[in-house]
Design a protein around this ligand. Structure first.
Ligand code: ATP
Length: 576
């Protein structure tokens, strides 16, 4: 087993050496908060994104959209990012390093530091050490630092723009078109995978806290009074370790609860939130997060956004970083659509036809223009428009125009009571949002899949990646590079490649070393061509985890490997 203390260094050493993760712009000294995915890392990341798509796009049927990474200012005024997307920062008076004030406080044992005001944080920091140089901070000023990168759009332009801090806003601003695309029905969902940008204050946690990172977000628009999920049965009996608000105040241990019970007991607000908690658990385990190191933590009322009905974080346990949030799942109510409707002036509602129409009594106000005209002259139309929307009493009504309150007597309008046929209702949908950080998922998968054992007196490093996520799917080796074995091995590799299987051909070095090279990048299977292949047309397949080997016919190899990779064939079923 790997040593707990230095697993991060071991994983990152392997990741750098084998081309998973590299420091960005390394030849210029690198820059904190940015990473490059090397050849194997980019491949693995794409496979994780595709596994995510298999759940959300293929299975849930939510189409993927792609919006620009630069957004105009009103988007982020409406979303609240311009005003409130900031972290509390301070500067160390000794080493001049900028620090996240709440992180320094949390590291110093201050509970719930993220919820403290700037003043309260400043007080707590006085006696705490700087996380960069270790000196006692003393008197420091704590202030808000907005995390958005800003820019100007077009040359000489006054049009301010921001690099998006999340992918979600593009989905909200496309809401009217998405609603039409989904034929004006609820519920529907749309997803986006792409880069987001946050100018994090002191990103010293490798892939966990980046300034440019990839998010995969789903926005599911539901009827505000319809939070029962139509396919809840899929996850009703699915059990997930939940650390609710109560457990956090108690023993701090999560409890394993089925989603059906979680909703019944009121632990999770509704079936939609529970459904996406279970689906998230399903995805994370599928891509290789260890279920024993995974929990779902409910936001405490002090950390939850005021508009959210419920909010849970999927957290993975890292030996280096502790519990790390990989995914946030929230019932955001109608906060986002309401905010954008207000800022843009566009009605972001859905008109939903009723199954059977109903008759309703309505009052209609009919302004008397002949009387309003001479009384209000140029403002008569404004007064009439306000009157139509007013709710008059028996003697008249007070309206407001441009901040001025005007009393209108009942002689200036008529009130008609009418019966109208109501065929539909206008609703502002609520949004359920599961928001995934792909880079943090990549790191958790690497850390959880990393292992070491001793084989023939040597340390064998292995990434126990699920076959669907491993960057290279099969290694193909001739036992020796002579006697025609290398030619046959090249043919076998072509056969596999032609079947769409990502294959690495390797003929250099001792066979044991070649196995080790594939083990440490997580390749699940290795195929070896030996002298027996030349006699009976069979090759060996070696499985990475158990290191067992079986012989199969060369002609059926591609189909067998496909079955193994897809999980339809068990390795043990192939023979002794
Ligand atoms: P944190 O509290 O860790 O800063 P957050 O709550 O602000 O994260 P969200 O806004 O909910 O994060 O974003 C959704 C997901 O995006 C997170 O669960 C995380 O996986 C990912 N994410 C957020 N910020 C970063 C970052 N700086 N680097 C890498 N991934 C990130």
């Amino acid at each position: 087993m790997a040593e707990p203390a230095d697993i991060y260094e071991k994983v990152m050493e392997l990741a750098k050496r084998r081309g998973f993760i590299w420091p960005s712009a390394e030849i210029y000294g690198g820059v904190a908060g940015f990473i490059d995915y090397g050849p194997l890392g980019a491949q693995m990341k794409r496979r994780i994104e595709d596994a995510w798509r298999a759940f959300y796009v293929i299975r849930e049927g939510f189409y993927e959209i792609e919006c620009p990474t630069v957004g105009v200012e009103p988007i982020y005024v409406a979303s609240g990012h311009v005003k409130g997307f900031s972290d509390k920062m301070c500067q160390c008076p000794h080493c001049e390093e900028y620090l996240r004030a709440d992180h320094v406080a949390a590291a110093g044992g201050i509970g719930n530091a993220a919820a403290l005001s700037a003043e309260a944080l400043g007080e707590t920091l006085k006696s705490l050490p700087c996380s960069a140089c270790g000196e006692e901070l003393g008197e420091v000023r704590v202030f808000d630092f907005n995390l958005m990168f800003n820019t100007w759009i077009g040359p000489g332009s006054q049009r301010k723009g921001y690099l998006r801090p999340e992918t979600a806003q593009g989905i909200f601003t496309d809401f009217p078109r998405l609603l039409r695309f989904y034929r004006d029905k609820l519920p529907f969902g749309a997803v986006q995978i792409g880069k987001s940008f946050r100018n994090e204050i002191s990103p010293r946690q490798g892939m966990i806290r980046l300034r440019e990172f990839t998010q995969a977000e789903a926005e599911i628009f539901v009827h505000p009074e319809g939070k029962r999920h139509p396919r809840f049965d899929r996850y009703r009996e699915y059990a997930v370790p939940l650390l609710g608000c109560e457990e956090q105040c108690g023993k701090g241990e999560p409890v394993l609860v089925t989603m059906g019970d979680a909703v019944k007991k009121g632990l999770v607000a509704n079936e939609y939130v529970a459904y996406y908690i279970a689906l998230t658990h399903d995805i994370l385990v599928t891509v290789g997060v260890d279920p024993a190191r995974l929990r779902f933590r409910q936001h405490l009322t002090t950390e939850r956004a005021h508009y959210a009905a419920d909010c849970w974080d999927a957290e993975a346990l890292s030996k280096r970083f502790g519990w790390v949030e990989l995914v946030g799942i929230a019932d955001r109510t109608d906060y986002d659509l309401r905010a954008h409707a207000c800022e843009s002036g566009v009605a972001l509602t859905a008109y939903l036809p009723l199954e059977t129409s109903r008759m309703e009594r309505r009052r209609r106000i009919i302004p008397d223009m002949k009387a309003l005209g001479p009384k209000f002259r140029g403002r008569a139309k404004e007064v009439a428009d306000a009157l139509v929307k007013a709710d008059p009493g028996p003697d008249g009504v007070e309206i407001e125009i441009g901040g001025e309150r005007i009393a209108i007597p009942s002689s200036l309008y008529q009130v008609k009571e009418e019966q109208v046929e109501v065929r539909g209702v206008e609703v502002m949908p609520h949004v359920i949002e599961p928001s995934y950080g792909i880079d943090r998922m990549c790191y958790a998968v690497l850390e959880h899949s990393y292992d070491e054992d001793m084989v023939e007196g040597e340390v064998r490093r292995v990434l126990h990646l699920p076959p669907a996520i491993a960057p290279v799917q099969v290694g193909v080796f001739p036992l020796v590079s002579r006697d025609g074995l290398d030619r046959v091995a090249a043919e076998v590799a072509s056969l596999l490649t032609a079947a769409g299987i990502f294959t690495e051909f390797d003929e250099s070095g001792a066979i044991g070393r070649r196995y080790r090279r594939q083990d440490e990048i997580g390749t699940p299977y290795a195929v070896t061509i030996d002298y027996q292949t030349m006699e009976d047309g069979t090759v060996t397949i070696r499985e990475r985890d158990g290191m067992a080997q079986v012989r199969v016919k060369k002609d059926t190899l591609a189909a067998t490997v496909r079955g193994l990779l897809g999980g339809h064939t068990a390795f043990a079923s192939l023979g002794p």
